[in-house]
Design a protein around this ligand. Structure first.
Ligand code: F6P
Length: 320
């Protein structure tokens, strides 16, 4: 019978990670498991930075952002020799199964560990919403609300000054934070990898027309890593009549208290991970699909195509 389960958070932190850890710990202890947290993500496996915890561990952090058990990015975990150290350390401690909360980069490590004898379950923890096996990742809803609140505030000051704002939004290669925010803020323009800025002159024309029609604020959302937003700011100041200011939202998007739905989904997924491991299921990742929890083999999950949310761009055209 499975007795000892480890939990770690990996990659960029995300609001809701603490709630996920709490869900897993409570579920594990209810099933008489010994629950261990691993500090600093995969790095903690290599450094044997484990701690056995009781059911009250971080329970006061359900509503807190960040991850109380810390996180790290460890590209070296791709190397088998490094993973062997992790497996040896876990076996020495008697840890037979592991819950990995992180992005798709962390999932591959979880699959490889499963192949090396430690059953692992991956949970989607990232603000980017870039895990196709889940409709929503833990952290996305909170980050989206942070982005939307920031844009609302930027709009206030831009309107007072009759200005244009360029807002650069995180997401790595996934445009969801930007495309979803375009609807929630009724932005004037949205540019992402699925909907790039192909024709700058057409943009200048739209901006001038908006000004002629009496618009007193122009909001342009740009997904990070798409284009040089500083250059775009210079160009708009030089080539249009709009005084333009750039805001790169940056790491503010990763922090903050998780939203209510985030907390609920996170606790559910954490508890479900323990249930699967207890049934001997590993090498899978959990997601929410059509409002239901499901699990998918990690290799299959990583092959799933990303939802481009084409409907959102159509909706944006309709409402802007
Ligand atoms: O994956 C989450 C994320 O915040 C991305 O949106 C962003 O590109 C990246 O992490 C930033 O990483 P770091 O905090 O390591 O600079």
């Amino acid at each position: 019978m499975l007795k000892k389960i480890g939990i770690l958070t990996s990659g960029g932190d995300a609001p809701g990670m603490n709630a996920t850890v709490i869900g897993a710990i409570k579920a594990g202890i209810a099933l008489n498991k010994d629950m261990y947290v691993v500090y600093d993500g995969y790095k903690g496996l290599i450094e044997k930075n484990f701690k056995k915890v009781d059911k009250h561990f971080i329970e006061d952090k359900l509503a807190s952002g960040g991850t109380a058990i810390k996180t790290a990015r460890l590209p070296e975990f791709k190397e088998e020799e490094v993973r062997k150290v992790a497996v040896k350390n876990m076996k020495e401690e008697g840890i037979e199964a592991l819950i990995v909360i992180g992005g798709d980069g962390s999932y591959m490590g979880a699959k490889r560990l499963t192949e090396m004898g430690i059953n692992c379950v991956g949970l989607p923890g990232t603000i980017d919403n870039d895990i196709a096996s889940s409709d929503y990742t833990i952290g996305f809803d909170t980050a989206l609300n942070t982005v939307v609140n920031a844009i609302d505030q930027i709009r206030d000051t831009m309107t007072s000054h009759n200005r244009c704002a360029i807002v650069e939004i995180m997401g790595n290669k996934c445009p969801d934070l930007t495309s979803f925010a375009s609807i929630a803020t009724n932005a004037d323009e949205v540019f992402t990898c699925d909907h790039p800025l192909d024709d700058k002159n057409a943009l200048f024309d739209r901006m001038e027309e908006a000004k002629r029609n009496g618009k007193d604020c122009y909001i342009i959302l740009v997904a990070e890593k798409l284009l040089d937003t500083k250059e775009l700011e210079k160009e708009l100041n030089a080539k249009t009549s709009w005084e333009t200011r750039l805001t790169i939202l940056g790491h503010i998007q990763r922090g903050g208290k998780p939203t209510a739905m985030e907390r609920i989904n996170a606790v559910k997924m954490g508890a479900y991970a323990v249930e699967l491991l207890d049934k001997g299921i590993g090498g899978v990742c959990i997601g929410i699909h059509e409002n239901k929890l499901r699990y998918v083999d990690i290799y299959d999950a990583l092959k799933l195509p990303r939802d481009e949310h084409k409907d959102l761009y159509q909706l944006h055209e309709l409402i802007k």
